[in-house]
Design a protein around this ligand. Structure first.
Ligand SMILES: [Zn+2]
Ligand SMILES: [Zn+2]
Length: 392
């Protein structure tokens, strides 16, 4: 079938929104009509050439939509199911999956950067030539063919414009606090960098009743968003060393510092912000090979722990539907995270808005054209809250 997709031809160039051929789902695959897709920092890393991508490619790895066709071996009853897509469909058999670390599934990792689906081929074609998939998802499009187990069924009451964020950024931010670090009530946290992931970490800290929750960001808009989402204190690094400012709030430093930016200097600030026995969690990803300095004496003498976080150590098939239920129940208020919405035809503006750093999360909806934009400036914040509990 013919679909609309945003194709990346070369780094540093605008994406081309054009008609692309999408082959039917093969064995153990499904076709999803994409209703919303988030723009993640990682997409920008491909677009600006910081990370290599097989070209041409359809980017986008935060997608939500509805299954509208299934391939051989998939229950046809799944047609019509609302789904959130994951870039890490776990095999369930490898060493990592068996150890409960499905986010590090060795099988899923193989296909992550290959540009193809599991059988080593693409379902996307532009003027007779194959176009690559990104990490089994490729959600910058009206439709996507993905492995059936990469389409995770979620509560039908979940707004896709919020649900898409569960594919990467929100799940990463929330679970970095609740699962990777396993913060307990009353423990002190600081979150460095309040983009989509950092703001989600603020939400995660609120879910587990961390106190205080200190958000660090140079942008007033982001500090304001963080306060609205539950940060008890905000810090402008422009006012002086954040580690010193944090000690004015919490005498000895925080129990947990989260770095959600991917900047080595900020990682060092985070290391210096924790108290004896404290933990720094690195979430933001810089370019490959970037290094940050650690005071080894302090780390040993005061037993500092450093944790890397990939999707917050989440098991996508378990935790994404779980976070969807929390969202529908109003316990995870994602609506304020979405500061901008665009149509697929406006994807380059959406990318530029994300790159500007002056946005929370930017969501692209294929059905959301220029004409309707004025009416939907922001996600209706009451929307997800009013629905109440609909699932166990
Ligand atoms: Zn991402
Ligand atoms: Zn596995």
């Amino acid at each position: 079938m013919k679909i609309q997709a945003a194709v990346m031809h070369a780094p540093g160039q605008p994406l081309e929104v054009c008609e692309v051929d999408l082959a039917p789902p093969a064995r153990e695959e499904v076709r999803v009509r994409i209703q919303a897709t988030g723009i993640c920092r990682s997409d920008l890393s491909y677009i600006d050439g910081k990370w290599p991508a097989p070209l041409p490619i359809v980017l986008g790895h935060e997608g939500a939509g509805t299954i509208e066709a299934v391939g051989e071996g998939v229950d046809p009853q799944r047609i019509g199911e609302p789904v959130v897509l994951t870039f890490s469909p776990a095999c369930g058999r490898c060493r990592m999956c068996l150890a409960g670390r499905a986010n590090l599934c060795l099988d899923a990792a193989k296909g992550l950067d290959s540009g193809f689906l599991r059988d080593g081929t693409s379902r996307l074609e532009l003027t007779g030539r194959p176009v690559h998939h990104l990490a089994y998802v490729s959600s910058f499009a009206t439709h996507a063919v993905v492995p059936a187990d990469a389409a995770l069924t979620v509560d039908p009451a979940l707004d896709p414009a919020l649900g898409c964020l569960l594919g990467c950024g929100v799940t990463t931010g929330v679970l970095s606090v609740t699962r990777r670090a396993a913060v307990r009530p009353g423990e002190a946290v600081a979150i460095f960098g309040c983009g989509g992931v950092g703001l989600a970490a603020v939400l995660g800290a609120g879910l587990v009743s961390a106190l205080p929750i200190i958000a660090v960001d140079p942008m007033p808009l982001k500090r304001e968003l963080a306060s609205g989402l539950g940060a008890t204190h905000t810090i402008d690094p422009g006012d002086g060393d954040p580690a010193a400012q944090i000690r004015e709030i919490v005498d000895d430093g925080v129990d947990y510092a989260f770095e959600a930016l991917g900047h080595p200097d900020v990682a060092e600030q985070a290391f210096r912000s924790v108290r004896d026995g404290g933990t720094t969690v690195l979430i933001g990803q810089p370019g490959m090979g970037v290094k940050a300095g650690v005071d080894v004496y302090n780390a040993t003498q005061f037993e500092h722990t450093i944790l890397g976080s990939n999707l917050g150590s989440g098991v996508p098939a378990l935790h994404i539907p779980q976070l969807a239920r929390l969202t529908v129940a109003g316990l995870l208020d994602l609506a304020p995270l979405v500061t901008h919405r665009f149509g697929l035809d406006e994807i380059n503006e959406a990318v530029a808005t994300t790159a500007s750093g002056e946005a929370g999360r930017v969501v692209v909806e294929p059905s959301f054209g220029r004409t309707s934009r004025a009416r939907h400036d922001r996600v209706d914040e009451s929307d997800s809250l009013d629905r109440g509990l609909t699932a166990p």
